[in-house]
Write a protein that binds this ligand. Sequence first.
Ligand code: KG4
Ligand code: ZN
Length: 343
Amino acid sequence: MPTTILAIESSCDETAVAVLRHTDTKEGSQVEVLASEISSQIDIHREFGGVVPELASRNHSLHLRPLIECAMEDAGVNIEEIDAFGATAGPGLASSLLVGNTTAKSLALATGKPFISVNHMEGHLLSPFLHEPALRSNLALIVSGGHTLLIQMKAFGNYQRLGSTRDDAAGEAYDKVGKMLGLPYPGGPEIEKQARSGSAEAFQFPRSMMKDGLDFSFSGLKTAVLYQLEKLDPESGRAPADSIPDLCASFQAAVIDVLVSKTIRAARACGETTISLSGGVSCNLALREAMQRACDQHGITLLIAPPALSTDNAAMIAFVALHHHLQGQSSSLHLDINPNLKL
Ligand code: KG4
Ligand code: ZN
């Protein structure tokens, strides 16, 4: 009998709904993404230069119901065919989490099916395995707007944190530097675009804590970019237009050097021969290529989810919910959201 999961993601500024189907066949088990809908709020928050929590939750409320209907229609399933309802419980913005979480609980209550509370970071962690035949032991780097995490994953639910950021997350550093350079929100994709026509050697930015343990620190790099801007134009402290590509390329090279070198070091230290890369920043082609080159040099297999599964989406939340469901686990309808939920 196939298992069908509907999951909702609303931890930040993307409203997302996915329907996933798991089937046991003679050849093994198969997971199919029947629908993965995302309603992005980027355009709404762009004029404020970042996510405005109240606007985010209002828009989740507005878009969630039509998105659920759309996902079920695309998946060709009706509500009685859903075996469990999952939703992100954290980490994220409380008022945003509440919208998706309460909706999934209501659907579970109305249909008498289980509710499954999901950790958003576990969604990112498992996302590179969505199209793999099975989960396997690996060293994971999760790089998103709120987190930079190195995790050794032995099996589903067996995770050991090896490193995290002491200050800004990698994506946060991209977004803050993007703002300093006057680029639209979110800075990550814009910096990547600008960096393509710049020189990574133009400015020497620091590689903080490069040789120092497995934790990260990106705030010194952000400050170094700020000082460079003040040097380039002491009057305004704004970046002259012709220096933006070089600033972006040099900043990006510093981020990537640190991410790649620490991830390889962590994998070698714990004897993992597979590295998985996930989270919004893993959409970055320069990071993907640098990580792939380093993995090839060290005989390590690299797994990265396609870009649509790297930024926030509900398919990864449904995938985690599916694993809980297959192990007979569900959550109480009384379980609260937790904006600071840890992996
Ligand atoms: O995982 P995600 O969608 O949301 C969080 O859980 O935070 O990650 C969003 C982050 C943002 O900081 C965004 O600037 C960054 O991912 N990002 C990128 C790229 N695409 C998204 N950073 C660098 N290069 C990109 N191409
Ligand atoms: Zn995320």
